[in-house]
Design a protein around this ligand. Structure first.
Ligand SMILES: Cc1cc2nc3c(=O)[nH]c(=O)nc-3n(C[C@H](O)[C@H](O)[C@H](O)COP(=O)(O)O)c2cc1C
Length: 169
C-alpha cells in the first residue's frame, strides 16, 4: 500500500476510481418538441428494486442534462464490447441532434434505443439532486430489454474487454 494521502485532490480520486472498472452506457433523450441528445456515461448505478430505480450522474456542463430535465425521461443503452466508436461519438461535443442522427436506433416509449446496445432501459425522471459539480438524476424504470453480448468496459481511463474464460471455450 502507498502512504495514505490525507490531502486528496481530483487526480488522486480519479486514480482510485481507475481501479474500479465499469461498463459503458449511452444516455439517450428525446423531448416533446423532438430535440434529441445522447451522452456516454459510466456513472450509472442500479439504486432500488422496489420501486425499480437507477441513478446517473451528469456533469453540470453536459448538454444532455437540460434535455433530460425538459423531457423528464431518458434511456440507458449499455454498449457491447465492439462499440468503442459509439462511446467516443457520444462522449464528443458533436451537435446534440447530429450525435444520434446517423446511428441506427429505434424509439421505445418515445426514447432512443440504439440497435447496438446489448441491454437498455427506458426511465422516467423521479428526482434531480445536487452532487457537487454533478447532478444526480434518479429514474424509475418503465421498460427494459437485453440480448446476448459482452459489455464494453472502462478501466484505468481506457476501453477494455472482458477476457474470455478458457473454461467457456
Ligand atoms: C467512458 C466515459 C464515461 C463517461 N461518463 C460520464 C458520466 O457518467 N457522466 C457525465 O456527465 N459525463 C461522462 N462522460 C463525459 C461525457 O460523455 C462528455 O462530457 C460528453 O461530451 C457529454 O455530452 P453532451 O455535452 O452532449 O451531453 C464520460 C465519458 C467517457 C468517455
Amino acid at each position: 500500500m502507498s502512504e495514505p494521502n490525507r490531502l486528496p485532490d481530483a487526480a488522486a480520486l480519479r486514480a482510485v476510481f481507475s481501479r474500479f472498472p465499469t461498463g459503458v452506457a449511452v444516455i439517450g433523450v428525446r423531448t416533446a418538441s423532438g430535440a434529441s441528445g445522447g451522452m456516454t456515461a459510466n456513472a450509472l448505478c442500479s439504486l432500488s428494486l422496489n420501486p425499480l430505480l437507477v441513478l446517473v450522474c451528469f456533469e453540470r456542463e453536459a448538454r444532455t442534462l437540460p434535455l433530460v430535465e425538459e423531457a423528464g425521461r431518458f434511456s440507458v443503452n449499455i454498449l457491447g464490447e465492439n462499440d468503442e466508436a459509439l462511446a467516443e461519438r457520444f462522449a464528443s461535443k458533436l451537435g446534440e441532434a447530429e450525435k444520434l442522427s446517423s446511428v441506427p436506433h429505434h424509439d421505445e416509449l418515445g426514447l432512443p434505443v440504439l440497435e447496438a446496445s446489448i441491454a437498455w432501459l427506458a426511465c422516467t425522471v423521479k428526482e434531480v439532486l445536487p452532487g457537487g459539480d454533478h447532478a444526480i438524476v434518479i429514474g424509475e424504470v418503465d421498460a427494459l430489454g437485453s440480448r446476448d453480448g459482452k459489455p464494453l468496459v472502462w478501466e484505468s481511463g481506457r476501453y477494455a474487454r472482458l477476457a474470455t474464460d478458457p473454461a467457456d471455450q
